[in-house]
Design a protein around this ligand. Structure first.
Ligand code: UDP
Ligand code: MG
Length: 136
């Protein structure tokens, strides 16, 4: 039995700023993802700190939270079979330099911090992240 799974995707400020959101959404569609919900928002630094709390001890945490709250983002619930893993594969490695050909980060990522997209890393975290942005 296969079943549809949900994952949270974010088009980050560097990509929205370059007007890449339409093109990135098209890539999700072409790769069989359904965009179940989406909204364009700007979050506060405090919200970014909460979202990335898992990274609070990392040296890049403060810059990361400044960055994610620096401009508009597009948050989406993506649906597909094995959506969490499929989205991680389509995104590519965290550092665009290491990302494979054909991945979103390879195509659009600028640097390890400005890597254009976020994707949940497990089904459990996908639920938490979806609830964070779409609890209403
Ligand atoms: N990040 C960074 N410097 C690093 C590692 C990560 O700025 O050395 C940023 C980057 O934007 C990344 C985010 O922190 O997407 C979250 O890091 P994670 O290891 O969870 O990578 P991801 O799951 O996004 O691939
Ligand atoms: Mg992560």
């Amino acid at each position: 039995m296969s079943s549809t799974e949900q994952t949270l995707s974010i088009i980050k400020p560097d990509a929205v700023e370059r007007n890449l959101d339409r093109e990135i959404k098209e890539i999700f569609n072409t790769n069989g993802f359904k965009i179940f919900k989406e909204k364009k928002i700007q979050i506060t630094k405090a919200e970014a700190e909460q979202f990335y709390k898992v990274h609070e001890t990392k040296p890049f945490y403060n810059d990361l939270c400044d960055y994610l709250s620096s401009g508009p983002i597009v948050v989406m619930i993506l649906e597909k079979e094995n959506a969490v893993l499929a989205n991680r594969e389509l995104m590519g490695a965290t550092n665009p330099k290491d990302a494979k050909e054909g991945t979103i980060r390879k195509k659009f990522g600028i640097s390890i911090d400005k890597n254009s997209v976020h994707g949940s890393d497990s089904v459990e975290n996908a639920k938490i992240e979806i609830n964070f942005f779409f609890k209403d």
